[in-house]
Design a protein around this ligand. Structure first.
Ligand code: LLP
Length: 387
């Protein structure tokens, strides 16, 4: 079932705004739970950076998922939404002292530590508080991912994680510290990955690292493989639910998990992208010698992905009844040449007042909105709000 639009209802709301179809979200979560419930040691943490809309968080909490945070603000937001602290993992190359304190005070499941200086600070702050921080090390597996360069994270040149060759050394350091408890390893190779071979490569790399550590007498309890599963931006209506079956099967088949270990996933985009759309109104249709521009009231301040990553989002006209098509550049009102949602796309003949939906916008959409040009932040409505 594709994302469903109640056009009359949408037309009564001031544009631009985000619309979330909670049926799609629930089906997505069901598809995840169907796969993970085959294993009693698989745990999915929603990467909340993708979307922190409280109504979305509520549906995800009801499905029983844990959370992956990258800031103290995210930790506060998910605690407010009712997620238990002991289901939160906390990553990030630059954790501030107050964020570490918050994680310790609330009793989060695990800090994913990305450097020796960070390890030392966590140990120091935990000692001051008389606590012990549970930690995993984020290891840079030097596994490439077939995705946009700006969202590749697992290569040696990226700022994330600890080099593989330093892994044993940092674990030994942690084991000598009084106020951290080393539990396992964390990885994340990138985002919007559709080739299962990339995840297979990660699984094989983890197998090698585990063998190496076991030979050195080091045991792991937690393996966290991060997120990164991509979605179909080209045809979201045909493929609203990502291929979770193949994704989880990769790890079942290729990762040599030891019986006592738990396997953790941090999926963001795959959970929320397809349930969301940015709804915008056509302000003007402007023609020049070579182009027709549909100038809409949403801009890169509402959805920055096309401007920032050259990302493609399918755009549909929700209200046009025209049978003929024309070719348009769909552009926003912001004073930046990159404020373009798509170029040379076919749409049914489009006029001032038409409502367009920019699809697959549930992940890294509303949350990345900015107030540039003093524009108000877009509001998010769910299908339940509009029922
Ligand atoms: N875990 C870690 C450590 C991450 O850095 C990320 C995403 C995730 C999990 C979730 O990845 P996902 O399952 O969503 O691919 N703003 C960009 C995406 C940035 C992703 C950053 N890290 C975009 O709009 O494409």
């Amino acid at each position: 079932m594709a994302i469903a639009f109640n056009v009359d209802r949408l037309a009564s709301i001031r544009t631009p705004f985000y619309f979330y179809d909670t049926n799609i979200l629930r089906q997505t979560l069901d598809a995840i739970n169907t796969e993970t419930q085959k294993h009693d040691n698989y745990f999915v943490h929603y990467a909340v950076k993708a979307n922190t809309n409280p109504k979305i968080l509520q549906v995800i909490r009801e499905a029983g998922l844990g959370i992956d945070c990258v800031s103290g603000g995210e930790i506060e937001q998910v605690l407010k939404a009712g997620f238990p602290a002991n289901k939160i993992v906390f990553a990030g190359v630059g954790k501030s002292d107050w964020e570490i304190e918050l994680g310790l005070d609330k009793g989060i499941l695990c800090f994913n530590v990305e450097s020796i200086p960070e390890l030392e600070v966590i140990n120091e702050i935990a000692a001051r508080k008389g606590k012990v921080a549970t930690i995993c090390f984020r290891i840079n597996p030097n596994v490439g991912a077939h995705t946009h360069a700006n969202i590749t994270t697992g290569l040696a040149e990226n700022k994330f994680g600890i080099d593989m060759q330093d892994m044993e050394h940092v674990i030994r350091l942690a084991q000598q510290m009084q106020n951290v408890q080393f539990k396992g390893l964390h990885f994340h190779i990138g985002s919007q990955i559709l080739e299962m071979d990339d995840f297979i490569a990660l699984a094989h790399r983890i197998n090698d690292l585990q063998d190496q550590l076991e030979a050195a007498g080091i045991q792991l309890d937690i393996i966290n493989v991060g997120g990164g599963l991509g979605v179909d931006y080209k045809d979201p209506q045909a493929n609203p639910i990502p291929n979770f079956k193949d994704f989880f099967a990769v790890y079942q088949q290729h990762l040599k998990l030891r019986p006592h270990q738990t396997l953790h996933f941090e999926l963001g985009r795959a959970i929320v992208a397809q349930c969301g759309a940015l709804i915008t109104k056509v302000l003007y249709v402007k023609e020049n010698a070579i182009k027709k521009f549909a100038i809409v009231d949403a801009g890169m301040t509402d959805l920055i992905r096309p401007a920032l990553y050259d990302a493609h989002h399918r755009i549909i006209n929700l209200t046009s009844t025209a049978t003929e098509e024309d070719t348009y550049d769909v552009v926003g009102p912001i004073c930046e040449s990159s404020d373009v949602f798509d170029k040379d796309i076919p749409l049914p003949k489009t006029h001032r007042g038409d409502l367009l939906a920019i699809l697959s916008a549930g992940a890294y959409g509303e949350i990345m909105a900015s107030g540039y040009n003093c524009r108000p932040l877009p509001v998010g409505y769910t299908s339940e709000d509009l029922a």
